[in-house]
Structures are given as C-alpha cells and as structure tokens.
Design a protein around this ligand. Structure first.
Ligand SMILES: Cc1cc2nc3c(=O)[nH]c(=O)nc-3n(C[C@H](O)[C@H](O)[C@H](O)COP(=O)(O)OP(=O)(O)OC[C@H]3O[C@@H](n4cnc5c(N)ncnc54)[C@H](O)[C@@H]3O)c2cc1C
Length: 612
C-alpha cells in the first residue's frame, strides 16, 4: 500500500465511531457465554467415534508392514505431497506417506461436502501447476478438482505405491543407536526411517461443540468433514436426492456452512440454519477460467502470482493486482491500512478503524441488497471488525435465504440443548430429520502434538508435547532440538509465517526439506540436531516479532481467530516470523540462503559415514 495514499478524513456518512464500538461490544457480549468454546473431543469421544470414520473409501484389511525406508511422511495433504515431491527431486528413493485417510488429499480428501471449494484463487492455491502443466478449470476450484490435482502430483512423483492409507500413526520414537525413527501405526506396522516428516495438517481436527443432550438426537447427524452421501444422496456437485422431503438443520455459518447451504436449499424440504455469529460474506465472482489465461505465461508465473498475492496482503507496492478479489481488496486494506506521513499512532488507529468500518458496512449493505426479508437480513449482518472472523466470499449463500424453505435461526449464545427431535433455542424445539455440524476445526493454534495425534519421542525419551509445553521452540519452525532428523512442515502459529495462501508456505517448507535432505545426504550425515543457540535465536526472533493485538481482538465477537474471546492468552512463542514470506530478509530468503550456503548453520551433525 502506498505510504502517500490518501486516507478518509471526513468519515463515511453517518459514521459515529463511539456508536459503532458500542454496537460491536454489545454483539460480542451476547456471545461471550460460559462454556461457548467447550467441545466434544472427537479424538477420544467414544459416543461420536463414528463421526471420524471415513465415508469415502471402503476399509480393507492388510497385513502389517515391517520396513525400513529413507523417509516417512505423516499426512498426504498438500504439505505431505509437496514434501514427497521435493524429496523425490532430491533423489530420495524409499518414501512412505502414511495417512488415516483412504487416499491422497488431506483436507481435500476429507472435505467433500456439497459446494466445497478453495477460497484462495485456484491459480495460487493448487500447487505445482507449472510442473504438471495444469490450469484449474475455475477461478475457485471445487474440492474434487483439487483432490484430483494432488493425486496427479502424487502419481507424477510416484508417491502412491508405497503410501499406507487408512493407517493412523500411533507413535514415533527416535532410536539413538540406529539413528532411525521407529514408527508404530494402528495397523500393527513397524516402520523405521532416517527422516521423519510431520505434515499432519493445520485444520485436521474436526470441532464438535459440546451441547447438552446432543447424543440423544434420534435423527441422522454428521460433521461436514465426513459428509454422509449414503444418507443425503447425490454428490459434491449433484443434487442431494436423499434429502427430498427431509428437514435439515445446519449448525455453523463459517467458511463451510456458507458453501453447503445453497445445495442443501435446493434439495431438502426445509433447512434451518442455526447461526451464532454471521460471517462477513464478500463477493466471490467465481467463473470458468478464461480460455486465454495461459497465453503468454512465462516460466515461474505461479511463484510470481503467489508473491503478488502475498505482497498485496503485506501492503507492499505492486504494479498490478493479479488476483483481484476480496483478499486483495478488503483483507489487504484492513490488514495493512495506509499510513500517511506524520500520522500519530492514535490517528493511524482511528484511520484503520474507519477503513474497517467502511468495509464492514459494505458487507452489511450487500446483505440488504441480496436478502429480501429485512428481519432475516438484519440477523445476517456482521457487526464486528473485519479480521475478527475469517472472511468469507460467496455469491449464492445470501440469496439462498430468499428461498421459502430456508429459515435462519439466530442463537448467539448457542443451543440450550438438543433433544431426540432436535435443537432447542429460546424454548422452541426444532424437529429435524438430519443435523449437520458445519462447525469447523480446531484452530491452527492447537499444539502440533495434538494435531499429530501421536506421541513424538525424541532424545532421552522427551516428548514433543513436553518440550513445547510452554510454547514452540524451533529453527525456522521446521526443526527442533532433541528431535534429530525430524522435519515439521511449517504452519501458522508455529514459528513460521502468516499467510492467507497456505500452499505458498507448504511449497517453501517442501523445497527446504528436499534441499536440506539432499545436502545431508551429500555430506554423509547420519543425524542432525538443532543447536541450542540456533533454536534460542530463532525463538527469540519470533517472540520479538510478536505484536500484542489483544486490545483490538478482545473487542471481537469470539471465534478461533481471537482464541474464543481470550486473545491475551496467545503465547508469543507460538507466533510468526515478523518479516513475512518473501524478499527483504523474509522467510523464503532465509531458507534459500541457508540452502545455498550449504554450511548447515545452526545444526549439529553426526557424520558416521563420510561421503565417498
Ligand atoms: C474446506 C476447506 C477449505 C480450505 N480452503 C483453503 C484455501 O482456499 N486456502 C488456504 O490457504 N487454505 C485453505 N484451507 C486450509 C487447508 O487445510 C490447507 O490449505 C491445506 O489443505 C492443509 O494441507 P496439509 O497437508 O497441511 O494438511 P491436511 O490437508 O489437513 O492433511 C493432513 C493429513 O494428515 C493426516 N494425519 C494427521 N495425523 C495423522 C496420524 N497420526 N496418522 C496418520 N495420518 C495423520 C490427516 O488424516 C490428513 O489427511 C481450507 C480448509 C478447509 C477445511
């Protein structure tokens, strides 16, 4: 954003900052109810164990595998597939991907709800488009296209044949003598590997709110990350024929809920949408890819495009906005409000608040334009600052409320309870055939060891959970002392960088891991560990970059973004590298220089078999 750009001075018509603040706080307070963040822990909850089962691929018995390989990668999503591809490029032969899922895709394997699509544009989000000579068919691709593309990458780099699907890793332990990771699974496998890569996901744990009586519900129920097509009929892009004549309840109006409401509205007899907090729904403008899109694209175009998006988000000057969507218009404007020369901090804060108000007001006006019933429209208007909740973009969600069979039920404080018939709100019981939880995922802030779902035991029997009990400690957010030959794919809240396009971060992580393993192989290194000094330095950089946003975030309606109303509890050690992603000593610069130097700076090496 240009430093000299003008900022609004008179304020939008009718803008009264005090009144807006009061309204936002009142909306927050309606939602700050005790127990609102309580969840049923699906990783251990016996009653809801069926919610985790894979509805997409039949489970097949197989004999346990006993094996020694070069690399085990836990997770076959974007991160795991990219790590595998770059390890192949580094010449690594024996790679095993292990995943609880029945196939490649991670997020895109599990999430097949109707209408599922990426919300960062496809040309930046689908990885390796140039290598695979592939152009996504739409500006925002549907999930099956993304999954298909990830499978194509896995095939190109021959990662599927040795992958073990429907296989949960239950433990991993570093064996000092053998300089190997020993990995156990729920299929009785015993696999050892030189390198261990955690690509376990950022939004991989389904979140299920704890609601009194929820186990009594006698109808069908499921979470959107395990869509039950056996019941609803149809498919991600097909009518849900099984819902004819059925009354469906949809809980949750975040990124998932907004995508699956329009198809539900088309097929069910009635849909009740239960909303705690409305999302800000910006313009999507999805469309088929222009047939001329690929004309004149130069090699390196996808990296440039990702950089262009990231630069705009970081408020850096660019010649052209290649992505040109709600992320680059609204998100970037709020994330990096322009700072006029000579502005005092207070003036800057006021100006930022006003820009935020204009954008949120635009969203509220959009609701008025698209939703015909004024009472429904009012409930759908978001009253909070733009970054309080992950922004959403959709063009069919709001108009879906104009259908006679769709009813919006506002429940800022959540449900009173669920009976065998359905939810009870303000004393009214809503009788349902089917209750669908579009309630999202545990936040990226969920500790890595919990997302990994298994103990990771390093030198001296120390677990990663213990080591990171007071916050992460790492080099580049990818290696941690006491856990030799372990790489963790970088993730937000884990000492890497913040990004709206996760793929860009995964590409960097995968390139780094591939490059580092190549160097380690060439150097005849059996085991590496992070030096204490390097880990302290990196962790200190992260702590120093921490910006305490709790004064602004505490005024937000609660969501995973503000730690469910407790932004003050965010741990600076679990923050991000302050210089961002790209150039100017950004994260990528650091990683690329580290690889180019080839000196293993910050690592302690155990070289038992020098290279010939
Ligand atoms: C519907 C939806 C849309 C999204 N859209 C976008 C978007 O547009 N842009 C964006 O940047 N991000 C988006 N995200 C976030 C998305 O999660 C990431 O972009 C990305 O897909 C994460 O990839 P990953 O490989 O890190 O993790 P995942 O895709 O979650 O893969 C991790 C895999 O690890 C497996 N696993 C974990 N623990 C174990 C274990 N112990 N044993 C065996 N297997 C294990 C899991 O089963 C999972 O398959 C979206 C998320 C969702 C849910």
């Amino acid at each position: 954003m240009d430093e000299e750009s003008p900022t609004p001075s008179d304020g939008p018509a009718g803008y009264d900052p005090e009144a807006v603040r009061a309204k936002y706080l009142a909306e927050r307070d309606k939602r700050l109810v005790p127990g609102r963040a309580a969840i049923r822990d699906l990783t251990v909850d016996a009653h809801f164990a069926r919610y985790r089962q894979d509805p997409h691929t039949p489970f097949r018995q197989r004999a346990p595998v006993v094996d020694d390989v070069d690399v085990v990668i836990v997770g076959g999503g974007i991160a795991g597939v990219l790590a595998g591809a770059h390890l192949r490029k580094a010449g690594i032969d024996r790679i095993r991907i292990l995943d609880l899922a029945g196939g490649i895709g991670g997020t895109w394997y599990w999430n097949r709800y109707p209408g599922v699509m990426c919300d960062v544009e496809s040309y930046s989000y689908l990885p390796m488009l140039e290598e695979l000579d592939y152009i996504p068919t739409r500006r925002y691709a549907f999930g099956d296209e993304i999954r298909g593309h990830l499978e194509a990458i896995a095939d190109r780099f021959d990662l599927q044949a040795d992958a073990l699907f429907h296989t949960g890793v239950t433990g991993a332990q570093w064996d000092e003598e053998a300089a190997r990771w020993r990995i156990a699974t729920d299929r009785g496998d015993r696999i050892s590997s030189r390198f261990y890569v955690l690509a376990v996901g950022i939004l991989n744990l389904m979140k299920l709110p704890a609601i009194p009586g929820m186990e009594d519900f006698a109808g069908r129920s499921f979470h959107t990350a395990r869509w039950d097509y056996a019941y609803t009929g149809g498919g991600p892009q097909e009518p849900l024929t099984g819902l004819a004549g059925k009354v469906v309840g949809l809980v949750g109006t975040g990124a998932t809920g907004i995508q699956c409401l329009p198809p539900l509205a088309e097929s069910a007899a009635r849909v009740y949408v239960f909303q705690r907090t409305p999302s800000a729904i910006g313009v999507r403008d999805n469309r088929l890819t222009d047939p001329t899109f690929a004309d004149g694209l130069e090699p390196g175009w996808q990296r440039d495009r990702m950089d262009n998006l990231q630069a705009i988000i970081l408020g850096r000057p660019v010649e052209v906005d290649l992505v040109d969507d709600g992320w680059t218009h609204h998100f970037a404007a709020v994330q990096q409000p322009p700072r006029k020369k000579g502005m005092t901090p207070a003036e800057y804060m006021r100006s930022a608040e006003e820009i935020d108000y204009r954008i949120m007001d635009e969203h509220r006006r959009r609701v008025e334009e698209l939703v015909t019933d004024p009472a429904t429209a009012e409930i759908l208007k978001p009253y909070y600052r733009y970054l309080c909740k992950r922004p959403c973009f959709h063009d069919e969600y709001l108009p879906a409320f104009n259908n006679d069979n769709v009813t919006l039920i506002s429940c800022p404080a959540g449900f009173e309870r669920i009976t065998e018939k359905g939810p009870v709100i303000d004393g009214t019981e809503y009788e349902l055939d089917c209750l669908i939880y579009g309630t999202g995922f545990e936040a990226e802030m969920t500790p890595l060891h919990r997302r990994a779902g298994h103990p990771i035991v390093g030198r001296g029997g120390v677990t990663l959970a213990d080591k990171w009990a007071d916050g992460a400690a790492s080099l580049f957010g990818m290696m941690t002392r006491g856990f030799p030959n372990l790489f963790v794919m970088p993730a937000p809240g884990q000492q890497a960088v913040v990004t709206v396009n996760y793929t860009q971060l995964a590409v960097l992580g995968a390139e780094f891991i591939g490059g580092a393993v190549r160097l380690l192989e060439e150097g005849g290194v059996d085991a590496f560990d992070v030096s204490a000094e390097a880990e302290e330095n990196w962790t200190q950089k992260i702590v120093d970059s921490f910006i305490d946003g709790s004064s602004v975030m505490s005024a937000c309606t609660p969501s995973r973004i503000n730690n469910e109303g407790h932004p003050e509890a965010m741990n600076p050690r679990n923050g991000s590298y302050g210089r961002g992603m790209g150039d100017w000593f950004g994260y990528r610069d650091l990683l690329e220089h580290w690889l180019e130097a080839g000196t293993f700076e910050g690592l302690e090496l155990d070289v038992r078999s020098p290279a010939p």
